[in-house]
Design a protein. Structure first.
Length: 169
């Protein structure tokens, strides 16, 4: 484990970016909490040395009740169709929504900028989806019956502002 550069590069990236993180015991994983425009987000960055990959996931703060999993799953799938990097997932057992992006690196060419970009992407996507989740989870049955999900997802008034400085979260 010590000779593989993946996890040390994750650690170096987090340190260079000034992100406070903690290691998960007995795993090549860093976890960190971030404040975004709409919510607090837990990020999980994991090294997979066997395939020379790093995966970053971010978890939304909402817990999806069983009665709304179909609707939320449809919303996430519609959103995934528009994404270039990563994808949203719904864990049916825990009711948690997460965004995951993974990069497979060429041997001996792990780029810290790509790791930082994976973290920024995960944070931005969870921040972007949070108000949509909030509204859907708070709608009445009557409101849901009238909902056009495709049009609902086009709402721009729910989007967080674009950061003025590149790399800003």
């Amino acid at each position: 484990m010590a000779s593989d550069p993946l996890f040390p590069t994750i650690q170096a990236t987090f340190q260079r970016m000034g992100w406070k993180a903690h290691e998960v015991a007995d795993r090549e994983v860093l976890e960190a909490d971030f404040e975004t425009h709409h919510t607090k987000v837990r990020v999980h960055a994991q090294a997979f040395p066997a395939i020379n990959a790093i995966s970053v996931s971010a978890t939304a703060s909402h817990k999806i009740p069983t009665a709304r999993t179909g609707l939320i799953a449809e919303m996430l799938m519609r959103t995934n169709h528009e994404l270039l990097i990563g994808a949203f997932e719904l864990d049916y057992e825990t009711g948690l929504v997460l965004f995951r992006a993974t990069n497979i690196f060429p041997p001996h060419r792990i780029d810290e900028r790509i790791i930082a970009s994976l973290v920024h992407s995960a944070l931005a996507e969870i921040d972007r989806i949070t108000p949509f989740l909030t509204l859907l989870l708070n709608m009445t049955v009557d409101e849901l019956a009238k909902l056009n999900l495709k049009l609902f997802l086009k709402r721009e008034d729910l989007l967080p502002p674009v950061p003025e400085h590149p790399g800003e979260v």
